[in-house]
Design a protein around this ligand. Structure first.
Ligand code: GLN
Length: 484
């Protein structure tokens, strides 16, 4: 049962081949037996899941089943869940039990989905390897000595290990697409504003966007159809009604114009990864698409601009964790200043502190214009590159990440090497565009991701292109070896 996709589970439940309680119990058992190897969950909510599954079965029997009725999923531990601890991978929020659900969580509940628990992540979603979690690193199901990517490493590993068919995740600079690439799963970051950020713990508010990780583009479309909604509680959430993202999956892609950016195939790209991506592009040609070489001239400025803007926003967002209102508080503070300093000093991990320091510096009087304003100007140029490119092409394709999954610990001593993991994904966030990663083969025996970048609000076309590729290939059906 754990091999089924979400689309297959929906059919199986409606045809009474199995019940939601059956599949939910099966997956909960798998998590219990196997997740010791992966560490992909921070919290498993077994009892609650079984109660939700029983309620879903009753609705299915009554013929009153909403879209994902009875389908098991899990949420990244960055989404607030009413009554269930939401840690954001940090000691700071180890004791935080929100009194409300994030809009995304609520949307899945309205759709009848069953939540198995909360997945592991880099602390406050800062990282590319899932090694900065207070709850320990996540292991890649393809090779337990390697990282699963980050920051949504738990969400990606849980899907790759077939512990759950789909998970929610977030992407500020690549955190949905990069772990999807490294685990052989399919991940989608929507257009900025497509998915509500209400109840999603903020890292860099102008970049953060929630989206799904699943095994197929069809499943990602099914999840997005539930996840994306307008929301009066988030003023940056677009006023667009929910829509069915599966509607045009089966359209032909003959004549689709695919932009291939020169800058995404240069120095730093692993040769085998590059070869797999080129083969995928050939496959698209065979499906009738047309390849168009394009240039995104400001690409190399994306990482430096991001590492000013994201830390700047993070330093402001994370100022709320002060040891006073909620979250970690130090023992026996001598006075208020000591309370602030030690609560933050003891509650945050090393990478989070580095970001707060960088961000505070970039925003400080005297440096604001030199760093923050300059980075915003670069952001505008990066966006313009894409606007120009989309005059000529329908979608853009290239590698998701420069290399396959690396070894645990390999890049810990060098933050800049870690930051470069997102060299092909970050520009999309700076521009607010939608992007996906889907499996397109193996390099050095490890999964490789093909990235598709879509035009604003054009998730449908991106999903159509991804689905057509998955109809013609079976990379997405390869499964990680069973953990021993
Ligand atoms: N790896 C990037 C960072 O550390 C992106 C993280 C993310 O998308 N949440 O900031």
């Amino acid at each position: 049962m754990h091999q089924l996709t979400i689309a297959e589970i929906i059919r199986g439940l409606r045809d009474r081949q199995f019940s939601s309680v059956e599949i939910t119990s099966h997956l909960l058992e798998r998590i219990q037996q196997l997740d010791g190897h992966y560490n992909s969950f921070i919290t498993v909510t077994g009892e609650q899941a079984l109660a939700q599954a029983a309620a879903a079965d009753a609705r299915l029997a009554a013929g009153d089943a909403p879209a994902l009725c009875g389908v098991p999923i899990a949420h990244k531990d960055i989404f607030c869940t009413n009554g269930v601890r939401t840690s954001c991978g940090s000691k700071m929020l180890d004791n935080f039990v929100p009194p409300y659900d994030a809009t995304v969580v609520d949307n899945f509940q309205q759709a009848g989905a069953v939540s198995l628990g909360k997945t592991n992540m880099d602390e406050f979603a800062m990282g590319s390897s899932n090694e900065s979690s207070f709850y320990g690193a996540v292991k890649n199901p393809w090779d337990l000595a390697r990282i699963p990517g980050g920051s949504s490493g738990g969400s990606a590993a849980a899907v790759a290990a077939q512990l759950v068919p789909g998970t929610t995740a977030t992407d500020t600079g690549g955190s949905i697409r990069q772990p999807a690439a490294m685990t052989g799963t399919t991940g989608l970051k929507p257009t900025y504003g497509r998915v509500s950020r209400w109840g999603m713990i903020a890292f860099a508010s102008s970049l953060d966007q929630g989206g799904p990780i699943a095994r197929t583009a069809e499943d990602a479309a099914l999840m997005l159809s539930v996840m994306a909604s307008s929301d009066s509680k988030d003023s940056t959430c677009l006023d667009r009604p929910q829509q069915d993202y599966t509607a045009s999956l089966n359209d032909s892609i003959a004549g689709l114009k695919i932009g291939v950016p020169r800058e995404y195939f240069g120095e730093g790209l692993d040769g085998e990864v590059g070869a797999r991506v080129q083969e995928a592009l050939k496959q698209y040609e065979a499906l009738g698409a047309e390849l168009v070489e394009i240039s995104l001239p400001h690409s190399k400025l994306a990482v430096p601009a991001y590492y000013v803007i994201a830390p700047a926003e993070a330093s402001a967002n994370l100022s709320r964790f002060d040891g006073v209102r909620y979250g970690y508080r130090c023992e026996n503070p001598a006075d208020l200043r000591d309370l602030y300093m030690r609560s933050r000093g003891e509650g945050f991990g090393e990478e989070v502190k580095r970001r707060i320091l960088v961000g505070t510096y970039a925003l400080s009087a005297g440096y604001y214009d030199a760093y923050y304003n300059k980075a915003q100007q670069i952001r505008r140029l990066i966006k313009q590159d894409f606007v120009d490119a989309f005059q000529k092409v329908d979608v853009i394709m290239g590698p998701t990440a420069p290399n396959p999954a690396f070894k645990l610990g390999e890049k810990n001593a060098d933050p800049v090497a870690m930051y470069l993991e997102d060299i092909y994904t970050i520009a999309t966030n700076l521009a607010g565009l939608p992007g996906m990663s889907l499996p397109c083969g193996f390099a050095h025996g490890l999964p490789v991701g093909l990235q598709i970048i879509g035009n604003y609000l054009d998730e449908t076309r991106m999903l159509n292109a991804a689905h057509q590729f998955q109809q013609a290939t079976n990379w997405h059906q390869q499964t990680a070896p069973a953990a021993e």
